[in-house]
Design a protein around this ligand. Structure first.
Ligand SMILES: [Zn+2]
Ligand SMILES: [Zn+2]
Length: 347
């Protein structure tokens, strides 16, 4: 293997670093080599870029779709030419956690997803090609475009969060944060029959939430009164925190009804202080939502193909790898929702 491609790593002290990376051609056993067609810039990439926090190199560009160039030995279900996207692997059914009956928490799937498995590449998909274990990819149906396919992963983060605490028909749900995951959460909650209020400080993102079906959208300063008006003064049955700020963690129980639930899809990067009395006084349940499960990707894909889950309104533009640094800066300033990278473009 030759070191003849450039890959970009975000986060850490360097925050933005172009490295010389292997240019995979023939896949090793159990792996596939994929030519990247689109990779979405994730909010966690942006956070790592902004704050310089240590970040797993493999996660630098993890919302991707591409085409298989080569399959290694013992890869039986995939072939060169297949269009694939990056997904959470199926539960292995062999690790202690799987054997104990908790397949949704499979240790092997977790290691592969977090990029800490020994066979992971030293970079993510901010590169022309990537070589990864075959179980990390899923075939893309013909009906799905590359742009849609690159949005499947962040959409499935929202799906998993919404499925952590299913809403009843007519329940009041509040989504905190109108980034890509929040805007997908709005759509999933509407599909579930909830009455949905989006809380988001940026005007254009609120307008997007309205266009995607939210029943209302407000600035965080107006959230408490708006939730009251939405719920006959009761508060929300469900609050889904897709912003992950100290302020949204504080707002969650204040917007919740007595006995309601707050689901954390995003969390603050640093420890924060909470007021336990509010959680206790309203007996609010707190649930965390980490990434997604393999079968949930099929749910997202089917909803995209049927047109019930929209992606195009969330995508601001597509640029080449040369435009990645500007894209990160633009996203960090809140000036865009989702920017896709096409590594075949010059800039
Ligand atoms: Zn992501
Ligand atoms: Zn397992």
């Amino acid at each position: 293997m030759t070191y003849s491609q450039k890959a970009v790593l975000v986060g850490g002290d360097a925050r933005y670093q172009v490295i010389d990376a292997p240019f995979p051609e023939q896949a090793d056993e159990g792996t596939v080599v994929v030519e990247i067609s689109r990779v979405g810039v994730c909010g966690s990439d942006v956070a790592a870029f902004k704050d310089g926090k240590p970040y797993t190199p493999y996660l630098s560009g993890h919302e991707w779709a591409g085409r298989i160039i080569s399959v290694g030995k013992n890869v039986t279900l995939l072939k060169a030419g297949d269009r694939v996207l990056n997904c959470t692997p199926k539960a292995c059914q062999e690790c202690d956690t799987c054997v104990a009956g908790h397949g949704g928490r499979c240790e092997r799937a977790h290691l592969l997803s977090m990029g800490t498995h020994p066979h992971q590449p030293p970079h993510g998909a901010y590169a022309k090609r990537i070589q990864i274990p075959a179980e990390k990819v899923m075939r893309i149906p013909d009906e799905l475009t590359d742009e849609q396919a690159a949005m499947v992963e962040p959409a499935t983060v929202a799906l998993h969060g919404v499925r952590r605490k299913p809403v009843g028909l007519g329940d009041v749900a509040v989504v905190l944060g109108g980034g890509p995951v929040g805007l997908f959460a709005v759509q999933f909650l509407k599909l579930s029959g909830a009455k949905v209020l989006l809380v988001e400080p940026v005007d254009s993102r609120r307008a997007l939430g309205d266009a995607l079906g939210a029943d209302g959208s407000v600035h965080p300063d107006d959230a408490e009164s708006a939730v009251g008006a939405f719920s006959n003064g009761l508060g929300a049955d469900l609050v889904v925190d897709c912003a992950g700020l100290a302020a949204t963690l504080e707002a969650g129980p204040l917007l919740s009804r007595s006995g309601g639930t707050v689901v954390l899809v995003s969390t603050p990067l640093k420890p924060v202080t909470i007021n336990p009395g509010i959680w206790l006084g309203r007996e609010v349940s707190l649930m965390a939502s980490l990434a997604h499960l393999n079968p949930e990707f099929y749910v997202t894909i089917e909803l995209m193909i049927s047109g019930r889950l929209q992606t195009a309104p969330l995508i601001d533009k597509t640029v080449g790898l040369g435009g990645l640094q500007d894209a990160l800066a633009q996203l960090a300033s809140g000036g865009a929702v989702k920017i896709l990278i096409d590594p075949s473009l010059e800039s």
